[in-house]
Design a protein around this ligand. Structure first.
Ligand code: AMP
Ligand code: GLY
Length: 423
């Protein structure tokens, strides 16, 4: 079988490595992939958002199955185009991807169907937004409606900061069109949990839970990033919480999307906060998380392609999706300066056994050597019987990765480990 994976980060590398475990897979193309992914797939220099070029490539190369991983091609309708050309896909169509593509849509969906989330107001007029802020409680959370590379959320500790955030989004348009409408919402507290799920629009199978570490610095300091490391499972996500989420959040979301004529098929990602009033949805993503995928898929025991095909054909209820009863930890090694500006083109030095296991996110290859090309350069994942050993294993590998100005957080998994101790 010839498979095409749209995307080119650590998440896509993890998906590709997992797909390769299926003996029927003869060739995997990554569009565009990256220098590290090139070890595991045939990389093709086509942008993940160049949908006409992706479609032409897929048709010309006789692709049997396509996995569209990133948010932007999904929101732009890549799956609709490929399916119209007769190519089976994993990923939601454009109508369903709006669950991530528009925060106004997702907030209104949750309100309409009684799915727990933070209280909110929507504004497309800056004066009305500023007026509202005069009496809104702080801290408050300001969110750009559209996609903003994961940066469209500003948590304002003071009224002045909140006003500045509104002005930055609506006057200065720091997120372009994405900030033309904004959501101002209640600030929630509690541990965060990421739950990725497979759904074919009828059945929903949650994957093992995980915990992201979004800030650049130790102890959750510094700027927000795409994610500096993950652990799975998330110890805050107990069996009881999982049952509550299934009943009050997961299945109601599947049914709500069906009722709206926007059946979701693919990986539906629930970003949850376990508040004192119960679990609430912070955000939906229409795709696998990055770097959650780098800890979740290594624990998946069932063949990934089989699960994906069951999602596509609407037969997810016929298969058993199993995860290993183990723990995983992924530590991201990044370029100094990220998420601000950073140097590129630095030679990456790491032992072969680490390179084999690493999920490469931002690197180019030249003469058999890898050079940095992104902020998040790579992730190293260790799987072990318990979380402590997984964390130690990931750090043992991270230590061996060397390039100029590299850095990684030293506390990935620390909060999860202390939660386990309290048990
Ligand atoms: P997002 O880009 O939607 O994942 O938001 C980024 C981060 O902002 C989340 O992971 C949360 O830590 C935080 N956040 C978003 N919404 C809220 C909220 N209503 N209350 C508290 N924190 C939030
Ligand atoms: N790790 C968060 C995300 O993928 O959106």
């Amino acid at each position: 079988m010839k498979i095409l994976v749209v995307g080119g980060g650590g998440r896509e590398h993890a998906i590709i490595k997992k797909l390769k475990e299926n003996k029927n897979v003869t060739k995997i193309y990554a569009l565009p992939g990256n220098g590290g992914i090139a070890r595991d797939a045939c990389t093709v220099d086509i942008s993940a958002v160049d949908i006409p070029a992706i479609k032409e490539f897929a048709l010309y190369n006789g692709i049997d199955y396509a996995v569209v991983a990133p948010d932007d091609p999904l929101v732009l309708g890549c799956v609709d185009e490929l399916e119209a050309a007769g190519i089976l896909c994993f990923g939601p169509n454009k109508a369903a991807a709006i669950i991530e593509g528009s925060k106004v849509f997702s907030k209104n969906l949750m309100k309409k169907y009684g799915i727990p989330t933070a209280r909110y107001e929507v504004f497309d007029d800056r004066d009305k937004a500023l007026q509202y802020l005069k009496t809104a409680p702080v801290p408050t959370v300001i969110k750009a409606n559209g996609l903003a590379l994961g940066k469209g959320v500003i948590i304002a500790e003071t009224r002045e900061a909140a006003e500045n955030a509104v002005k930055a989004m609506m006057d200065d348009k720091i997120f372009g069109k994405s900030g033309e409408s904004i959501v101002i919402e209640e600030f929630l507290t509690g541990p965060e949990v990421s739950v990725l799920s497979f759904t074919d629009g009828k059945t929903l199978v949650p994957m093992v839970s995980s915990m992201d570490h979004k800030r650049a610095g130790d102890n959750d300091t510094g700027l927000n990033t795409g994610g500096m490391g993950t652990v799975a499972p998330n110890p805050f996500y107990t069996k009881e919480v999982a049952a509550e989420c299934m009943e009050k959040i997961f299945m109601p979301t599947v049914r709500a999307m069906n009722a709206e004529g926007r059946t979701f098929k693919g990986c539906l990602y629930f970003g949850l906060m376990l508040t004192p009033d119960g679990p609430k949805v912070i955000e939906y993503n229409c795709r696998f998380g990055d770097p959650e995928t780098q800890v979740v898929l290594p624990l998946l025991k069932t063949d990934l392609l089989t699960v994906m095909q069951a999602v596509s054909s609407g037969t997810l209820s016929d298969i058993k999706v199993e995860f290993a009863d183990k723990s995983a930890c992924c530590v991201i090694v990044a370029s100094g300066g990220y998420p601000g500006s950073y140097k590129k083109g630095c030679l990456i030095d790491m032992p072969e056994d680490v390179a084999e296991k690493a999920y490469i996110a931002g690197a180019t290859e030249k003469d058999g050597r890898l050079y940095t090309s992104g902020g998040r350069v790579l992730g190293v994942t260790a799987v072990a019987d318990d979380l402590r050993s997984a964390v130690e294993g990931a750090y043992a590998m991270a230590k061996e990765v060397k390039f100029e100005n590299s850095f990684y957080r030293r506390d990935i998994g620390a909060r999860a480990l202390s939660a386990l101790k309290e048990d």
